[in-house]
Ligand binder design. Sequence first.
Ligand code: GLU
Length: 308
Amino acid sequence: MNSSLSGAYRGRFAPSPSGPLHFGSLVAALASFLDAKSQSGQWLVRIEDIDTPRIVKGASDLILKTLDAYGLHWDEEICYQSKQLDFYQHHLEPLLNANQLYACQCTRKQIKALGGIYNNACRDINLPFDNQAIRIKQNYPVKTFNDAVQGQVLVAETFATEDYILKRRDGLFAYQLVVVLDDINQDITHIVRGADLLEPTVRQISLFKQFNKKAPNFAHVPLVVAEPGFKLSKQNYAPSIDISKPQLALYDALRFLGQNPPIDLIKENVADLINWAVVHWDLTTVPRVNEIQLIKNDNAPHCQFLAL
Ligand code: GLU
C-alpha cells in the first residue's frame, strides 16, 4: 500500500544550527510540515549539528522556539546529530571491512586545479587512514532521479561517478553520510527541502543503495535567493524571521510556495492559519523552478517574488 495512504508517511526538517531561522529555512520547514500533515504523517525535527565549526551557540534552541511559535509542532524526540557519533562510526565499519573506503590525501586546491571533480587518484594506493579524508568507491553511481516538484533531475556523469568524502580529514563525518544514516534510522519516507540539495541527492540515493535500503521520495521546493545564484542564508546574514509575528511570514511563505492563501489569514491565530494551510496544501502548485528571488520593498506590506 502507498505509505501515505497507510498513514506511514514520515517526513522531517533538518536544520543546521548555524543561525536563527530565516525566510528560506521557514519555506523548507513549512513545505515539509504541510506535506507530512496533509497526508496524516509524522513530522520529525533533526538538528544537524555535525559540522561543529559552523555551529552558533544557542541557535538550536532558538530554531526550536521559532518552529513552536510558528505552529510547526514536531512529533517524537528531536534527534541531535552530535549525539550520534558512535552510530555513524559503527555504520562505516562494514564499508571499511568490505574494502569500499579509502584514504585520500588530495587537497581541495589540487582538486580545484583538476576542474573541481576528483579523479579518484588515491583509490588504489592504500594510504593509511590516519589524518586523511575517507572516500567511498562510487560503485552505485546515480545520474538521475524523479523529483516530485522539479521532475526528472539529471546530473553530470563526472559528478555521479566521483568517489566522494564520507569522513573529513579533520575527523568530522560528512553531511552525505550522516543525513542518509539518520534518514534510514528514522524511517523517513518523504524528504521535502530546498532545491540547493538537488545535486547531492544523487549521492544520497547511491548511499541508500550501498546500505541496501529503499530511498525516500524527494521533493525539492524552490530556493529563496537574495540575488540569482545567491541563496538567502545565515552566512549572508539573512534577517531572522520575527518570532512575535508568525502570521506575516507564514502568509508570505505560503505565497512563495504557490498556495494562494487568502489575505484574511494574517488576522487568524497561528493554529488556524496552519490548519488552513494543511487542508489546502497542494504540492502540484509549488513553482517548478530552482530559485525564486525575494524582493523586499520597505513601502509594501509583503515581499514580492521573482521566479528565476
Ligand atoms: N542540514 C541541511 C541544511 O540546513 C539540510 C539537510 C537536508 O534537509 O537534507 O541545509
